[in-house]
Design a protein around this ligand. Structure first.
Ligand code: DMJ
Length: 561
């Protein structure tokens, strides 16, 4: 057959297929015309109902058109859901907290927002499960009260948290707290059993005065005056040195039996003057300042063994109890208040600075040590002539105190000396955090030859205390050395990872254990102090240290003119 074209090989079939192709084309064209006619005529036949109008609006570009359409869709959706009785899906956590969650934590602003979120979480848990109680048990989700508040529900967390909420701009939460204080804070009516005079002063009087100072809301001042007034019977002793405990219902005051045979305690009767002087100043009622003047006149006339001030004083005889000395528990804020009273009165009362200088110099001579292994400086405790080589978490506040002192010293030598001491103590306290498993430091750590950590079970505890962080906060503000912010942020992360449980934050029984054993207590000072210092270390513009002085519960009072 050779090479024949395909078309010739098809023969008569070709004519037939050309005819079919022509028919197909006609059918397609005809179909298209019919379709066009239907579309065109539909304009005249479809009803001009709501649907058409919405649709026209949506494409017309008129403002609000899309809005209307979305609203209609939602309404229809809700109706469908209602009819089908489908429960709405839970709102995811991230959406509820979206005001904080959308900012990363790489900037100081982001870090502040994260800390604000932590504060809000602690507050929300307390509000939901323990409102009006003193504190929260975040795991059991019930109220809790430390013995220092007696047995009554006094809302300690609310009063302690107020100024932190205000500083962080958590206004809704602040208003909730304010309202509770106005309507329900009534210690005369609600207190039961013995209250600590010191704790009631630093947390309640201090918290209310600070809320007043920040907001100028007279209700807070009235309440502070009311609470302080209830404490006055504790000062009715032969010497004017107040008792530790008071029963507000009966006015009966007493001391702890374990305190060197019923003595008053230095950190307690020595940490009232910031609040009491400020109250007299604001109310014009001299009675509070008079109580402080009496304490000062007694203590200043007493002999100081080696220049040191013992932690126990008998309020009846005016004599020292056992010769125990410390930078930590039962003494700490006595030193702090000498320095801060000098500062809050614009350095006018030189006595306070003199008393402060005398005792600090004596402590540097007798109680300041350097560890053998890592050359860490620390303040040991003295029990009579016995040296106890351990530094308490509480004593770490002194890093901040020395930094504040350094900034306010006139002589360059003193400035340098105390800033170096502040940095050394800040570093020692940081080591106690860095060496733990959870990144939070123990109650106390010992320095015994090669051993540099907490030894006893009691010392391995971390109860959400602020003192180490407080030191870094002052050091950051004075030096602007980034490491202090880094240490503070590591602490925030550790709190988030190991202490955040259930409805709040909990203390940890052993900071060296890999799995934290929680004590189920959210201390009120977490909200008053720890979160406040964490927030403020990332906010240099709030609460400037040449305008404000913090009381020992981190409640700021203005420096007076
Ligand atoms: C706070 O109540 C105060 O800081 C007080 O001066 C010491 N203890 C707690 C926090 O640790």
């Amino acid at each position: 057959a050779g090479d024949v074209p395909v078309s010739e090989r098809a023969g008569g079939k070709e004519t037939m297929s050309a005819f079919c192709r022509l028919r197909e084309t006609h059918v397609v064209v005809l179909g298209f015309i019919v379709l066009m006619c239907i579309c065109f005529s539909s304009i005249f036949y479809l009803p001009k109902n709501e649907e058409t109008i919405f649709s026209l609006e949506l494409h017309s570009g008129r403002p609000g058109a899309r809005h209307v359409n979305v609203a209609r869709d939602q309404k229809a959706l809700y109706e469908k859901v209602e009819k089908a009785n489908i429960p709405p899906p839970p709102i995811p956590e991230t959406i509820k907290e979206s005001q904080f969650a959308d900012i990363g934590t790489s900037t100081p602003e982001g870090k502040r927002n994260k800390i604000k979120e932590m504060m809000k979480f602690a507050w929300d848990g307390y509000r939901q499960y323990a409102w009006g109680s003193n504190e929260l048990k975040p795991i059991s989700k019930i109220g809790h009260s430390a013995s220092v508040f007696g047995r009554g529900d006094l809302g300690a967390t609310i009063v302690d948290a107020l100024d932190t909420l205000w500083i962080m701009g958590l206004t809704k939460e602040f208003e909730e707290g304010r309202k509770w204080v106005e309507m329900s804070l009534d210690l005369k009516k609600n207190a039961r059993g013995d209250l600590s005079v010191f704790e009631t002063n630093i947390r309640f009087v201090g918290g209310l005065l600070s809320a007043y100072a920040l907001t100028k809301d007279g209700m807070f001042l009235r309440k502070a005056d009311e609470v302080a007034n209830l404490l006055l019977p504790a000062f009715d002793t032969a010497t004017g040195i107040p008792f530790s405990l008071i029963n507000l219902a009966t006015g009966r005051a007493s001391n702890y039996g374990w305190a060197s045979g019923g003595c008053s305690i230095l950190s307690e009767f020595g940490s009232l003057q910031l609040e009491f002087d400020y109250l007299s100043n604001l109310t014009g009622n001299p009675v509070y300042a008079q109580k402080i003047a009496k304490i000062n006149s007694v203590v200043s006339q007493l002999d100081k063994p080696d220049g040191l001030v013992p932690m126990y004083l008998n309020p009846h005889t005016g004599k020292w109890g056992s010769r125990d000395f410390s930078m930590g528990a039962m003494a700490d804020s006595y030193y702090e208040y000498l320095l801060k009273t000098w500062l809050i009165e614009r350095k006018k009362n030189k006595n306070y600075k003199q008393w402060y200088d005398d005792v600090i110099k004596a402590m540097e001579n007798k109680m300041l040590y350097r560890s053998k292994r890592d050359k860490l400086q620390y303040f040991a405790n003295l029990k009579g002539s016995r040296v106890e080589h351990k530094m308490e978490h509480l004593a770490c506040f002194s890093a901040g105190m020395f930094a504040l002192q350094a900034k306010n010293e006139a002589s360059p030598d003193a400035r340098k000396h105390y800033m170096t001491l502040a940095e050394e103590i800040g570093r020692t306290c940081h080591e106690s955090y860095a060496r733990s498993k959870v990144g939070l430091g123990p109650e106390a750590f010992q320095f015994l030859n090669e051993n540099e950590e907490a030894m006893t079970n009691r010392d391995k505890y971390y109860i959400l205390r602020p003192e180490v962080l407080e030191g870094w906060f002052y050091l950051w503000r004075m030096t602007k050395d980034e490491k202090y912010r880094q240490w503070a942020w590591a602490m925030a992360e550790a709190l988030e990872k190991h202490s955040r449980v259930g409805a709040g934050f909990s203390g940890i029984r052993d900071v060296y254990a890999s799995t934290p054993d929680h004590d189920d207590v959210q201390q009120s000072f977490l909200l008053a102090e720890t979160f406040k210092y964490l927030y403020l270390i990332f906010d240099d513009d709030s609460i400037k240290l040449d305008e404000w002085v913090f009381n020992t519960e981190a409640h700021p009072f203005p420096i007076r003119n």
